[in-house]
Design a protein around this ligand. Structure first.
Ligand code: TEU
Length: 521
């Protein structure tokens, strides 16, 4: 048996709200993905990771799931996903869906039943309902905070009309955490996995894969945690019994030999992170180190080295990602404007030169920046309200894609009223404009993916570091021989010897200029 399809795949993360709208409501939908499969095929991706499209009140844009085995009408319902699976497969593109095992929507029938059933019932035991502390239970059961800000507990009104128990939600109030000790929870998740696998889905991105298990006594956390962030030393996440859950999931997925699981594992310690990738747990785990660092050769070197060390522990396959719908876009992280874009292109080449699977985020291939000046009144991320208007949240990296034309909504929708407004200066970033320009970021990504796909120099799982100047780095793929060099400094740097097959910006007198990467063979 050869290596699994996902072991060197390029995944494109499609954020469906923001990809393309076919029904004119200003929100992207699944048929928008079907309509633009050409774009993804020409880009050269192997698979799509589709953010949640199942039935949801959309309090957290689909991560609040009310029915995990049906598609929300906003996105086109079941017929639309069936069309997408068929059309993508026809082009040789795999479909991986997002599943959300840590919590449901508060609109889920289980949660509604739990509210109605009252304290001490089996229905409540599917979630974390607890009495409050203090004489009248006026204080939450512990000091945990929500990742989106504010307390992780909300007090309910009991069927008798009085204030009563609290329920746990690590995210929004509308996302109650499930109790994975209750047997119904696993059984239902198994149904969900099989439901989609039977319909031809090729795998799953597993949301908050380090979060499903909670310590038995729900102990207080030591200190305050930042909104949209947490550390390894945090009782809310990475409880060791989560690994039993992953082993259970893997047993099901193993019935479908080509299917892949990709866990969202926000754990920074290499050994703890690696445990999720043991041979009977997840196939792939997101490694977020590259999203956490500056455009700095030493930091990039260490992030790559650390990620490789973490995957080496259980001989799993590395994954690489520069951005997603949570962490913001790298063009902006690297300084924005022309310099940010130049650095983003260089880093894309570093990422694509590494062994393993790569994730490209919705519009990364167009060089889109974050939209930092969204007006307050359009912000939709629950973080904005829950942080008391301190954190603006993640809407900045979720603005719809510009496809064509010279003014918003740039072919994204027939409605000018898109769910987030699109900046007028994205006219130069549309797919249509970039299609016509051989020097565009889109053309650059197409070429890079084609080389990565076709050239044997990208073979093999090992790499070795070559010597480079202080502000640079260079490595070689040991088996295939591809060399990737990056200059994060200010002065041009000499290139390793070899023939340059791609550079992220023109060379200067045969040297690698600032903020540029090159591939050599
Ligand atoms: O994110 C989980 C999560 O832990 C992140 O919020 C993370 O802490 C943060 O982005 C770090 O910068 C997942 C989804 O990716 C996110 O979109 C959902 O809002 C969240 O789960 C709840 O389902």
């Amino acid at each position: 048996m050869g290596p699994a399809w996902w072991s060197n795949a390029v995944f494109h993360q499609v954020y469906p709200r923001s990809f393309a709208d076919t029904d004119g409501d200003g929100v992207g939908d699944i048929d928008g993905v079907v309509a633009h499969l050409d774009h993804l095929e020409r880009l050269g991706v192997d698979a799509i990771w589709l953010n949640p499209v199942t039935v949801s009140p959309m309090a957290d844009h689909g991560y609040d799931v009310a029915d995990p085995r049906d598609i929300d009408p906003l996105f086109g319902g079941m017929p639309a996903i069936e069309r997408l699976i068929a059309a993508a497969h026809q082009r040789g593109i795999k479909i991986t869906m997002d599943v959300v095992p840590n919590h449901t929507s508060s609109a889920h029938p289980w949660f509604q039943a739990a509210l109605a059933a009252g304290p001490g019932t089996d229905a409540r035991d599917r979630y974390f309902f607890r009495d409050g502390r203090g004489a009248d239970g006026e204080l939450p059961p512990n000091n945990w905070t929500s990742v989106f800000g504010g307390p992780a507990w909300t007090r309910v009104v009991e069927p008798d009309g009085n204030p009563g128990q609290y329920y746990l939600h690590l995210f929004d109030t509308e996302q109650p955490d499930l109790n994975w000790e209750h047997p119904d929870v696993f059984d239902d998740f198994e149904k969900t996995l099989r439901f989609w696998l039977e319909r031809g889905v090729d795998g799953f991105r597993i949301d908050v894969a380090h979060g499903m298990a909670k310590p038995a006594d729900l102990p207080d956390a030591k200190g305050d945690v930042k909104v949209l962030s947490h550390s390894d030393d945090d009782p809310r996440f990475n409880n060791p019994s989560v690994h039993d859950i992953h082993r259970g999931i893997r047993k099901i997925v193993d019935d479908y030999p080509d299917a892949v699981t990709i866990g969202e594992v926000w754990v920074m310690d290499n050994l703890l992170w690696a445990e999720y990738l043991r041979p009977d747990e997840l196939h792939l785990g997101f490694n977020f180190r590259l999203t956490k660092i500056d455009f700095d050769a030493a930091q990039i070197h260490d992030a790559i080295q650390n990620s490789l060390a973490a995957t080496a522990v259980y001989k799993s396959v590395p994954t690489w990602t520069l951005s997603n719908h949570d962490v913001g876009r790298e063009v902006t992280r690297y300084g924005g404007g022309e310099i940010g874009l130049r650095r983003a292109r260089a880093m894309a080449m570093v990422m694509l030169a590494l062994p393993g699977a790569v994730f490209i985020y919705n519009g990364e291939e167009l060089g889109l920046p974050d939209v930092l000046d969204l007006p307050d009144e359009v912000l939709q991320d629950p973080t904005w309200e829950r942080s008391g208007h301190v954190e603006r949240g993640r809407d900045k990296c979720r603005v719809p894609l510009p496809w064509s034309g010279t003014a918003p909504p740039f072919g994204f929708s027939s409605s000018p009223d898109t769910w987030l407004p699109m900046p007028a200066d994205w006219a130069s970033l549309t797919v249509e404009r970039q299609d016509a320009d051989p020097n565009s970021t889109l053309a650059f990504f197409r070429t890079a993916l084609q080389l990565r796909r076709e050239r044997s120099e990208f073979d093999g799982g090992e790499l070795e570091w070559l010597s480079a100047s202080a502000d640079g780095l260079a490595f070689r793929r040991t088996a295939g021989g591809l060399i990737c060099a990056l200059n994060t400094g200010e002065r041009p740097m000499p290139l390793p010897s070899g023939e340059v097959i791609l550079a992220s910006a023109p060379l200067v007198d045969g040297r690698l200029p600032n903020d540029t990467a090159a591939w050599l063979v």
